[in-house]
Design a binder for this molecule. Structure first.
Ligand SMILES: [Zn+2]
Length: 460
């Protein structure tokens, strides 16, 4: 770590007082040092108690646990308290007996699902349940083996597991959207894109390694609120990163911290591992949605000029940035049943932020007002301004691509479906409910069951 600056900066935690008033606690203070080129600030795991929405949604009202006791426990362990068992999410029965069944049967089914990990209708929710909440680690280990990355980079399996376990654990399972399942979903999509014939033959093992690593870690330790929220609440991360790509910088530098803590790349020459860290940063920072137009217009220009040369490492890196951006926002391109679940989850996360802002008399951020911003309206805006323009260019780049055709077909269908739902909501004035079922379901799209099966959705 000689070339790095390890900061223990001011950590800000929000906690709910007995009067429901928010308190901002400066637990520590630190020097800011982000402006020097070549000096990589590494964030240490567990240094930052971020915004703990679980505290604000204490289970006291639900009568689960004696409130004071639980509050203390959560404060002490910050975000990691709920990571002990994903079974607590309620999706699986939680008895010793069922755990045995889980080991024997569910993992076998998970292994079976991995045979179709490259299909576009792979159901990551089912896969996550079958792996007992370890979808990200299981998926990454599988893909590393598929590509022979362990052998190529002479990786230590113990260190790899340690690193992946840390990444998975540092996603917040209480976030409806920005959790480890989202990371696994983005990784699975990234894998599908890396397999595109236009790209696959040109990619080096390093490209594949960085693409998968960036996908897996791109949202690590996401607090479940957006950058404007961090800025207006004067969160220390906002000042640390000078209000620019705050979350993405945190995801990247946390990843670097975990890479170094696990020693995964410690056997490589320093200049090689530092270059990998920088490239991971460049990929993760590209997911900042406020830089969408910058990337989109550059991509469009390259396609217009037909001047992309994938023999060049810099051009391949640019395409990896675009591929990761696509993977990050590909939810509306999935089959409806999967797409709908992601839409509900992301809106739930927005609404939670809005509830928080309302409760503490802050201005409610755009898209975060459950009374005004319906799920269909949010989705139509997201598809029209972000997803559709990006995937139109991605289709141009990958063509001829059965996967791109499938994704565009889903995108158009899903957009039309959200339009009908919006009108239904408006007509019945039920826009305050984030319900997304249509009165008359469409034919032709399955219920999203088994993961990776049939429906003509498979890609080569
Ligand atoms: Zn993401």
């Amino acid at each position: 770590m000689s070339c790095s600056v390890v900061e223990r900066c001011g950590a800000v935690a929000f906690k709910r007082s007995e009067q429901n008033a928010i308190q901002v606690c400066m637990l520590a203070d630190g020097r800011l040092n982000t402006g020097h080129a070549g000096v990589l600030l590494v964030e240490r795991r567990g240094s930052y108690p971020l915004i703990d929405l679980r505290i604000l949604r204490t289970s006291a009202q639900q009568g689960e646990v004696e409130p004071g006791r639980r509050k203390v426990k959560r404060q002490l362990s910050f975000q990691r308290y709920c990571h002990a068992s994903r079974l607590l999410r309620g999706s699986l029965p939680c008895t010793p007996r069922s755990l045995h069944l889980l080991d024997d049967d569910y993992l076998g089914q998970a292994a079976h699902m991995l045979l179709k990990v490259g299909t576009w209708n792979f159901d990551i929710f089912v896969f996550d349940r079958l792996t007992n909440g370890h979808s990200l680690v299981t998926l990454m280990c599988h893909l590393f083996n598929v590509y022979g990355l362990v052998h190529h980079f002479q990786l230590d399996m113990v260190k790899l597991h340690r690193f992946l376990g840390m990444v998975q654990e540092d996603y917040h399972s209480q976030n409806p959207y920005h959790n480890a399942v989202h990371a696994a979903d983005v990784t699975q999509a990234m894998y599908c894109y890396l397999k595109e014939p236009k790209l696959a033959e040109q990619l080096s093992p390093l490209d594949v390694f960085l693409g998968l690593m960036a996908a897996a870690a791109h949202d690590v330790d996401h607090p479940g609120v957006n950058q404007p929220f961090l800025i207006k609440t004067r969160h220390h991360l906002a000042s640390l990163y000078q209000n620019t790509s705050v979350l993405e910088s945190h995801h990247w530098r946390s990843t670097v911290g975990m890479l170094r803590e696990s020693g995964l790349l410690s056997h490589l020459p320093a200049d090689v591992s530092q270059d990998m860290e920088q490239q991971l940063g460049s990929l993760i920072l590209a997911t900042d949605i406020s830089r969408q137009n910058e990337f989109l217009s550059t991509f469009r220009e390259h396609l217009d000029n037909q001047d992309l040369d994938l023999q060049l490492a810099s051009h391949r890196h640019f395409i990896l940035q675009i591929a990761l951006k696509c993977a990050d926002v590909c939810n509306p391109c999935r089959v409806w049943e999967l797409s709908r679940q992601w839409s509900e989850r992301v809106c739930e996360e927005f609404y939670r932020q809005g509830d928080l802002e309302r409760k503490f008399n802050m201005e409610i951020s755009p898209l975060c007002n459950q009374q005004a911003d319906s799920v269909p309206a949010i989705q139509i805006g997201f598809i029209s301004y972000i997803v559709e323009p990006l995937f139109e260019e991605w289709q141009r780049f990958t063509e001829p691509s059965p996967l791109s055709q499938t994704m565009m077909a889903h995108l158009h269908k899903n957009k039309a479906r959200w339009s009908r739902l919006r009108h239904a909501h408006t007509a019945s004035d039920t826009h305050t409910h984030p319900r997304t079922e249509e009165p008359e379901p469409e034919g032709g799209e399955g219920g999203g069951g088994g993961g990776g099966g049939g429906e003509g959705e498979d890609i080569p």
